[in-house]
Design a protein around this ligand. Structure first.
Ligand code: SAH
Ligand code: SF4
Length: 408
C-alpha cells in the first residue's frame, strides 16, 4: 500500500514533470467511528443501526448537532440534555473525536500551526499527518485548512508538491481541523469574551492538497462548516483555492457555493505548464472560461487570482499587462504572494520593488492587488511551506528552511 507513488525529485523539475503522481493511500475506517463530519441524514442512519426508534431520531440528531457543532462537546458524557442511558449507548458505539494534535507552534506574529495526526488503519506507525494554520488579524481570524495528506499534483514551486505520501482526507478530518482550532483557542459558543465574537471567522482551503481532487469530502465538510445551526461560518467567509481542476469548478459553484480562488501564477501556457503542470490538461483559456461561468461572480463575490512572485520568471511588467488584459470581464481580485522558499527549490522571491511595481500596475488598471504578507514564517506556516512530518526533514534541512524563511 505504501511506496506506490512514482514521484522523485527529478520528476519535480519542470516541463517534463508528470501532472500527477499516481496512487493514493487508502483510508481505513476506525472500529469506533466519530460522528464528526457526518450529515444529519448519516447520523440518523447510524442511530437507526444502534436501535434508536424512528420517532426519536430527528430530535436526537438535532441535540447531537448542537452539542458537537455549537458547544464543541468532546465526549457524550458532557451532552447533558441527552438522557443518561442514551449517552452511554452512544459512547459504546461512537466518538466525537477530531484529529489528534501532536504539536502546536505559536509564531512571534500570533500565527499558530498545529500538526495533526490522522489514523491510518490500526497501526500508529502508519498514521498520517497534516498541518492546519490559524492566522489572526485585527478584523478576522482565518483558518487555513488542508484537504489531503500531501498533494498528487506537482507544482514546481510548492513544497507540498514534493511530498511523496498522499491520501484524501475524509469530511470528518476536514471539519475536524476547524474543531481542533476552536478547541485550542477556546472558541466555542460558551466562550467568555467581552464581545462574544468568534476567533475563527474565516476558512481558506489553502493548506495541503488540491481540494478539487477530493471534491465530495471537501463539499460535505464545507456544507457542515457553513451550516448556520452549527459552526455557522458563512459561505462568503469560506474560500476554496484550486490549481485549476476545471470540471470541478462549476460543481463547486453549484454544490458548495463558496468563494473561489484560482492559483494562476502565469499568464502564458508555456510557463504555466511548467509552474502548474495541471495546465497541460486544463490550459489557461479553459480555466478562465470556467471562472467567467462561475455562479454568483459579481463585485461582491469576486474571484481571487493568486499569483506567486518568482524572480525573473513571472514578475515582469509585460506579465502584469497580460494579466490585466486576460482578466477583462471577470470580477477579479489579484492576490500577489511573495514566494516562500524551501530547501532544494530553484526559485527565488521577486525583489520587493518589483513586487510593488507589479502590484501598482494592476491596481492602476482597476484591480485590487494586495500583496499577501507572509505570516508565521518562523514556524514554517507560510504558504507553500507546509509539509508534514510524515516525511521527516533532517534537523539540518529544518534549520536551513527556517533560516531561509527568516532572512528573505
Ligand atoms: N492546491 C491548492 C490549494 C493549496 S496551495 C492550490 O494550489 O490552489 C495555496 C496557495 O499557496 C496556492 O496559491 C499555491 O500556489 C501557493 N503556494 C504554494 N507554494 C508556495 C510557495 N512556496 N510560496 C508561496 N506560495 C505558494
Ligand atoms: Fe498541490 Fe496546490 Fe502545491 Fe500545486 S500548489 S502542488 S496543487 S498544494
Amino acid at each position: 500500500m505504501t511506496d506506490t507513488l512514482t514521484h522523485s525529485p527529478e520528476a519535480h523539475s519542470g516541463a517534463n514533470a508528470p501532472l500527477e503522481k499516481i496512487a493514493l493511500e487508502t483510508y481505513v475506517p476506525l472500529a469506533k467511528p466519530s460522528l464528526v463530519g457526518l450529515s444529519r441524514a448519516e447520523i440518523s442512519d447510524r442511530l437507526g443501526a444502534i436501535g434508536v426508534q424512528p420517532s426519536q431520531r430527528k430530535m436526537r440528531v438535532q441535540q447531537l448537532w448542537h452539542w458537537i457543532y455549537v458547544r464543541g462537546a468532546q465526549n457524550f458524557a458532557d451532552m447533558t440534555s441527552i438522557s443518561k442511558d442514551m449517552r452511554s449507548t452512544l459512547e459504546t458505539h461512537f466518538t466525537v473525536a477530531r484529529p489528534e494534535v501532536v504539536a502546536e507552534q505559536i509564531s512571534s506574529d500570533g500565527t499558530r500551526k498545529w500538526l495533526l495526526r490522522l489514523p491510518s488503519g490500526d497501526s500508529i506507525e502508519k498514521a498520517h499527518e497534516v498541518e492546519c494554520v490559524y492566522i489572526p488579524e485585527t478584523d478576522r481570524g482565518t483558518l487555513c485548512v488542508s484537504s489531503q495528506v500531501g498533494c498528487t499534483l506537482t507544482c514546481s514551486f510548492c513544497h507540498t508538491g514534493t511530498q511523496r505520501l498522499v491520501r484524501n482526507l475524509t469530511a470528518g478530518e476536514i471539519v475536524g481541523q476547524i474543531m481542533v482550532a476552536r478547541d485550542r483557542l477556546n472558541d466555542w459558543a460558551d466562550r467568555e469574551t467581552p464581545t462574544g465574537s468568534r476567533l475563527v471567522t474565516n476558512v481558506v482551503m489553502m493548506g495541503m492538497g488540491e481540494p478539487l481532487y477530493n471534491f465530495e469530502a471537501v463539499r460535505d465538510a464545507l456544507l457542515i462548516v457553513s451550516d448556520n445551526e452549527g459552526i455557522g461560518i458563512s459561505r462568503r467567509r469560506i474560500t476554496l483555492s484550486t490549481s485549476g481542476v476545471v470540471p470541478n469548478i462549476a460543481r463547486t459553484g453549484d454544490e458548495i457555493g463558496v468563494m473561489l480562488a484560482i492559483s494562476l501564477h502565469a499568464v502564458r501556457d508555456e510557463l504555466r505548464d511548467e509552474l502548474v503542470p495541471l495546465n497541460r490538461k486544463y490550459p489557461i483559456a479553459e480555466l478562465l472560461k470556467a471562472c467567467r461561468d462561475y455562479p454568483g461572480s459579481s463585485n461582491a463575490r469576486r474571484i481571487t487570482f493568486e499569483y506567486v512572485m518568482l524572480k525573473g520568471v513571472n514578475d515582469s511588467l509585460d506579465d502584469a499587462k497580460l494579466l490585466v488584459k486576460m482578466l477583462k470581464g471577470i470580477h477579479a481580485k489579484i492576490n500577489l504572494i511573495p514566494f516562500n522558499p524551501w530547501p532544494g527549490t530553484r526559485y527565488e522571491c521577486s525583489d520587493w520593488d518589483q513586487i510593488e511595481k507589479f502590484s501598482e500596475y494592476i491596481f492602476n488598471a482597476g484591480y485590487s492587488s494586495p500583496v499577501r504578507t507572509p505570516r508565521g514564517r518562523d514556524i514554517l506556516a507560510a504558504c507553500g511551506q507546509l509539509k508534514s512530518e510524515t516525511e521527516k526533514l533532517s534537523a539540518r534541512e529544518r534549520q536551513a528552511l527556517r533560516a531561509m524563511a527568516m532572512t528573505d
